[in-house]
Design a protein around this ligand. Structure first.
Ligand SMILES: Nc1nc2c(ncn2[C@@H]2O[C@H](COP(=O)(O)OP(=O)(O)OP(=O)(O)O)[C@@H](O)[C@H]2O)c(=O)[nH]1
Ligand SMILES: [Zn+2]
Length: 200
């Protein structure tokens, strides 16, 4: 399946969500019919479809769509890829940065495709750990690299706006494969992204 942007929203899904979001507003003590809220269920229905469009994207197809044979054997690092996702426990956002590296084994992919793969998995209901591993596996399975590494640093609104209410905590998750299991390779990557995971 080719990667496609959501430009049109599924009418049946949108209408179903609109009805439900009206109920949600009323249950929360609002008046869903008041002027300021009249279009809110529809906006929210579209926003949620946008934020979960990853279910309609195929990360492997994204990477395969710009796969080039290239005799490169040095580490390729794409860092500071911003990401926005939603935790599957509270459906509240978590957001931060992904840093990704791979060491090619004859095949490279378009750099933008790496960032698109982040979105393909981030735009779903997620836990940060699974998001990290899914990105790694997609790169591993399509490019068959000598090694692949993914580090994600994120803040979770469910820990900030509610619950434990910690405003400054940041969660770092990582997934390493192949050459990145070697201390020296992993250290080089962590140094390049300026991560303090190096001290572990
Ligand atoms: N491991 C992991 N946990 C997450 C992530 N996002 C949210 N959580 C946690 O999921 C847990 C759900 O715990 P529960 O005790 O079922 O939910 P809760 O009563 O709302 O918990 P509190 O947030 O502590 O109030 C919480 O500890 C959240 O911090 C994530 O990406 N990874
Ligand atoms: Zn949460």
């Amino acid at each position: 399946m080719a990667y496609k942007k959501i430009e049109e929203y599924d009418e049946a899904v949108t209408n179903g969500l609109i009805g439900n979001y009206k109920d949600v507003l009323n249950l929360l003590g609002e008046d869903a019919e008041r002027e300021g809220l009249q279009k809110t269920p529809e906006r929210l229905a579209k926003a949620m479809q946008f934020l979960t469009q990853g279910y309609q994207t195929d990360a492997h197809a994204i990477l395969n769509s710009a796969k080039f044979h290239e005799p490169v054997s040095e580490m390729i690092v794409v860092k500071d890829i911003e990401l926005y996702s939603m935790c599957e426990h509270h459906m509240l956002p978590f957001f931060g940065k992904a840093h990704i590296a791979y060491i090619p084994n004859g095949w490279i992919t378009g750099l933008s495709k790496i960032a698109r793969v982040v979105d393909a998995y981030a735009r779903r209901l997620q836990v940060q750990e699974r998001l990290t591993v899914e990105i790694m596996n997609a790169i591993k399975e399509t490019l068959n690299p000598v090694g692949v590494a993914v580090v994600i640093e994120a803040q979770h609104l469910c820990m900030m706006m509610r619950g434990v209410q910690k405003q400054n905590s940041e969660t770092t998750t990582s997934a390493f494969d192949g050459e990145f299991h070697k201390n020296s390779t992993r250290s080089e990557f962590l140094k390049l992204i300026g991560s303090n995971l190096n001290h572990r």
